[in-house]
Design a protein around this ligand. Structure first.
Ligand code: MOS
Length: 738
């Protein structure tokens, strides 16, 4: 169905500029934060000064007497007017179950404790600062303690129903007897790794604008899941989802924090209802660190055992992740890490450790990025223990069947990626001895990593209208989070309906449109484009019928796509805002993943220990690429995320107060252009017809993974210093660490 009629060049697979590129770069598009409503009032948040304890008093007198102040919401006048809803771990759409203004309890520093609404932003901010809030503080737990690792190793772990408990029982997976195989293996590695707390920091601040027209609520907020949003918010407010419309046509940096529904939205909606006027909330950069999700801090323990030829005999990967007291969110990337290579004895265990912190969530390839850092660093360590080339080590352990459940990969081109990237990089020039390559005052190192990303898909629907003049309008509630979904849709429609691109309009990001699954997990192209292709096919069938008859008015088709492996009522679940995803390692009979390999050159100055990253070269095999131009951009952008994870990003926490200390873009470091000199993304052709009719895998988050390990491995090669704790900063490169 997706092949265009014979003899016509196909646009699918042809590099194409964004259909909305001009609008985006000229500032003409309107993001969720850009909408202003006449007569709107302004809201400002006050957040908690303590991380654990209770609010003992709120003095509103001064604030209420300030000019322009309209209302002050606290737990005393909100309470159970808003339901917390269900979070991701409980099959819901909320990013946390800690409802703001529900009670006097403080769960973490920076929790919303009041919202002031005033005629102007400045008045609201002033009044929020003048609230007198008293607390009874308890000593918070900010991060892991040594006991967490001991407790988690006990059979049964800690009590899962005990919200103040330390660690939940571990979630385990595996096959064979990794402990015994490890003990018997001739060559072994046994190491610990750490990854830090990191925050999304999209440039667009978290904003919400709510307005009621009678019983109908309209919300403007940047989201990548308007359908889940409408349903989740309806549950919180105890109203009919049909009475809510959520608008998020463009997103200024989606990232994980915009995938789920945030607790702030419901209080803005409540304020707007009580005041009977529109309310707009703009939060501060600093508040963004605590009112939404982030990447959880991890500790990981990896043990590898191999024979002298480098074949893996044992692989054990244990992880610990920080979550809030209330929620047990975890990404558990061991699902991918223990399946990356062939190995007869494999084990994993992931434990959630509760602390007085906000709830973490998805961030830029959530499972793979922290967990592949550990496994791909450990593989490099094993290559040195074996005296074997690290690329060769990965090659000898390649497999077409994932080792734990024995499911066959529908396609897997890890070795082709290793070959292409190592050739382009010039890996053959590498002297394997650590600290052996020098260029003037610079120590030079080459490092590599293999990587994978689960290929997911979800239900989606789309409507296409063709006017009698041949203009085409495509409508779907999916989201273009920056990767170019709108352009991919236009390309498919252009091919299948034989219409020029400039006659196609794509509407996205509106909960009144036919719903699509969450634009996350790199599954939008596979899901939404499949629904669009189906609608095109129906239109073509209709055209063929018409050719025999008469009539040439506008025509409209609606189509639904249900990925294989989805429940038969998957579309209904989607309409209800429920999350349905299939693929990856969720299928009983097969495994669906994309693969890649990344090579980097690191340079460390002999005296200053300054680290430079002159080159990143990655190769990626991810099924059919609809738009190579957008795909390359996305892969390069993802590499930058990976370099950021390795070298710069870390949210520092003051352990005494369980409070983040660098909550601004001056102190939270991200890479700039000067930090990434040359990088390259090679796309390996791959045909996989068993996934969906388009043969599309996800690429959005693929290239972020592995970069952190490749950089740490290159640093080791350059200096002999093995960095097992990210980010890699200058002080860790002092020669005393060697
Ligand atoms: Mo990703 S942050 O799971 O879209």
């Amino acid at each position: 169905m997706t092949a265009p009629p014979d003899g016509r060049p196909t646009r699918i697979g042809t590099p194409t500029s964004r259909v909305d590129g001009r609008l985006r770069v000229t500032g003409a598009v309107r993001y969720g934060s850009d909408f202003a409503v006449p007569h709107q009032a302004y809201a400002y948040l006050r957040t908690s000064a303590i991380a654990r304890g209770r609010i003992t008093g709120i003095d509103e007198t001064e604030a209420r007497n300030l000019p322009g102040v309209l209302e002050i919401l606290t737990y005393r006048n909100v309470g159970d007017a808003i339901k917390p809803g269900r979070d991701f771990q409980r099959q819901g759409v909320m990013d946390s179950t800690i409802a703001p203004l529900a009670s006097d309890q403080v769960w973490y520093a920076g929790q919303i404790v009041a919202m002031v609404i005033a005629e102007s932003f400045e008045q609201a901010r002033d009044a929020a600062g003048r609230l007198g809030i008293d607390y009874a503080a308890e000593t918070p737990k900010s991060t892991f303690t040594d006991d967490d690792f001991v407790a988690a190793e006990q059979p049964g772990g800690a009590d899962p129903d005990q919200r103040s408990g330390t660690a939940d029982p571990a979630e385990t997976d595996g096959v064979g007897d990794p402990d015994r195989a490890q003990a018997d293996a001739p060559v072994t590695v046994d190491t610990w790794y750490r990854t830090p707390t990191q925050h999304h920091n999209p440039i667009e601040l978290f904003t919400t604008t709510c307005t009621w027209t009678g019983d109908k609520l309209t919300v403007w907020e940047s989201s990548r899941n308007v359908t889940g949003f409408r349903n989740g918010l309806a549950e919180q407010l105890s109203i009919d989802p049909a009475d809510i419309r959520v608008l998020s046509p463009y997103i200024g940096g989606a990232f994980g924090a915009r995938g789920f529904v945030n607790q702030r939205t419901a209080i803005v909606a409540l304020a707007a209802r009580r005041l009977k006027r529109p309310v707009r909330l703009v939060v501060t950069r600093s508040q963004m660190f605590t009112i939404a999700t982030y990447r959880a801090e991890t500790r990981q323990h990896v043990r590898l055992g191999a024979d002298r030829d480098g074949r893996l005999l044992a692989l054990s990967h244990k992880g610990w992740e920080i979550s809030s007291r209330a929620d047990n969110f975890k990404v558990a990337g061991t699902e991918s890490s223990i399946r990356l290579y062939e190995c007869p004895n494999v084990g994993s265990a992931v434990t959630v450790v509760h602390a007085d912190r906000n709830t973490p969530g998805f961030m830029r390839s959530p499972p793979e990025v922290p967990y592949l850092f550990a496994i791909e660093s450990a593989m490099d360590e094993l290559s040195y223990a074996l005296g074997m080339d690290p690329v060769e080590l990965r090659r000898v352990n390649d497999t077409m069947v994932e080792p734990v459940n024995g499911r066959r990969y529908t396609s897997r081109n890890l070795v082709a990626c290793l070959d292409a990237a190592s050739d382009a990089f010039g890996w053959a020039d590498r002297d394997p001895r650590p600290a052996s390559m020098v260029d003037g005052d610079w120590q030079v190192g080459y490092g590599c990593a293999g990587l994978s990303l689960i290929t997911l898909a979800g239900p989606a629907s789309a409507r296409i209208t063709v006017s009698s003049q041949g203009w085409v309008r495509v409508q779907t509630g999916g989201h273009d989070v920056g990767g170019g979904l709108g352009t991919a849709i236009a390309i498919i429609v252009s091919d299948l309906l034989e219409v020029p691109l400039d006659r196609i309009t794509v509407d996205l990001g509106d909960s009144d449109l036919p719903p699509a699954s969450l634009a996350g997990g790199s599954m939008s192209t596979a899901s939404v484009c499949s629904a669009v292709a189906k609608a095109c096919e129906q239109l073509r069938a209709r055209r063929a019928e018409r050719a025999q008859g008469d009539g040439d008015g506008a025509v409209e088709e609606y189509a639904e796509f249900l990925p294989h492996g989805a429940p038969h009522n998957g579309m209904q679940l989607l309409y209800q805002g429920r999350r349905v995803a299939t693929g990856g390692y969720l299928m009983p009979d097969r495994a669906e993943c994309s693969f890649g390999a990344v090579f980097v050159e690191a340079r460390i100055h002999r005296q200053t220990r300054e680290l430079r990253l002159p080159r990143i070269v990655g190769a990626y095999a991810a099924g059919r690429i609809i738009n190579p131009k957008a795909a390359e951009s996305q892969l390069l952008g993802a590499q930058i995320f990976g370099a950021a994870m390795a070298l710069y990003e870390a949210t520092e926490i003051d352990d005494r107060y369980a409070r983040y200390t660098n909550t601004n873009l001056a102190d939270y470091h991200i890479p700039v252009n000067a930090d990434i000199l040359h990088h390259q993304a090679i796309i390996i052709p791959e045909t996989d017809d068993s996934l969906n009719e388009l043969g599309v895998k996800g690429i959005g988050e693929l290239a972020t993974s592995g970069v952190n390990a490749a950089i740490a491995n290159a640093v080791h090669h350059a200096t002999g210093i093995r960095i097992r704790e990210l980010p890699i900063r200058l002080e860790k490169l002092l020669p005393t660490h060697a």
